[in-house]
Write a protein that binds this ligand. Sequence first.
Ligand SMILES: [Fe+2]
Ligand SMILES: [Fe+2]
Length: 388
Amino acid sequence: MEQCSTALEKLVKIGIALSSVRDLNKLLDIIVTQARELANCDAGSLYIKDGDSLKFVVSQNDTLARKLGASQQAEPFKPFNIPISNKSLSGYVANNGVIVNIPDAYDIPESAEYHFDKSFDQRSGYRTRSMIQLPMKDNEGGIIGVLQLINAMDSVGQVIPFSSDDEEMLLSMASQAAVAIKNARLNDDIREAHLDTIFRLGIAAEYRDKETGNHIRRMSHYSTIIAEQMGMPAERVEVIRLSSPMHDIGKVGIPDGILLKPGRLTPEERVIMESHTTIGAGILKDSNIPLLQLSQKIALSHHEKWDGTGYPDRVKGGDIPIEGRIVALADVFDALSNKRVYKEAMSIQETMGIIKDGSGSHFDPAVVGAFEKGMDRVMEIYEQYKEL
Ligand SMILES: [Fe+2]
Ligand SMILES: [Fe+2]
């Protein structure tokens, strides 16, 4: 009885842990770790259903890891696909939605429909004995993947078969895991759709402005390179990459007569044109999403100058958000170094001359320094998305 409640407690804990992991890859890894702990076994793998095939996504093996040493891996794990057919064990489990529990993988009777593929053992010197494979079914009964555990061990480390208690616990855990995977995938889809929409919103604004989608791509990359060179943490760099494309979103609010005017703007027209910063900030204001909050800051501050002569607020030096200072440089570098319908491209040398001249007046010297340090990668992006 006591053992029973312990198992249930473990399952509940695992369920809670799994439902809190949003990152799909992390989640898949945790599922295998938890399942191995639950059944006390040496190795485990996970296959995810991917159309008509199974994608082999996680592989853990304590014995082999010990043999190779903690830090190195002889054969780095690469995900691969196998077709779903009854011939392979995992394919059989995915196809029929049943558990296969085998005391010794080398003793599968000839009459069985599936067979065990010894090639991994032969390559690695591992001996697979007891093995259990379970279908991972979501709450609608759909098969999400297959969980495979190998070499259950008793308290002294001897390999034993998986018990029927193991079967029951693992099956329950596998369906919790399936639901968690389904949710994480949904999150991924929503996130991707969200980011794609944001990016296209940026492009929409640039279209009105005789600019191209490539301007958005290049300057987002340049901003990322600068942020990295400045030593910002990866997550912050990523937010800059995704929010910089919206710097000119406020241009959707500028009348065509001004936005598309071929000649010089009158002082009155210039004031209206410069309001694309405050219009952009207005579009993006009051969001709870950090990405949009940063986009708002960038939209507002990307025309401010280091010496306080920029617009709209004439903010100076370190009072300008760092992301605004970064995007300011990326934006100007790109505008100068590429051709537009109305102007020829400036050479990189000429462009860099102007950027360096502006260091300490237009641009933050630290941002200019970071940009110069990342010049090799800047040139790769420049070549890749060049206007033809
Ligand atoms: Fe702008
Ligand atoms: Fe721009």
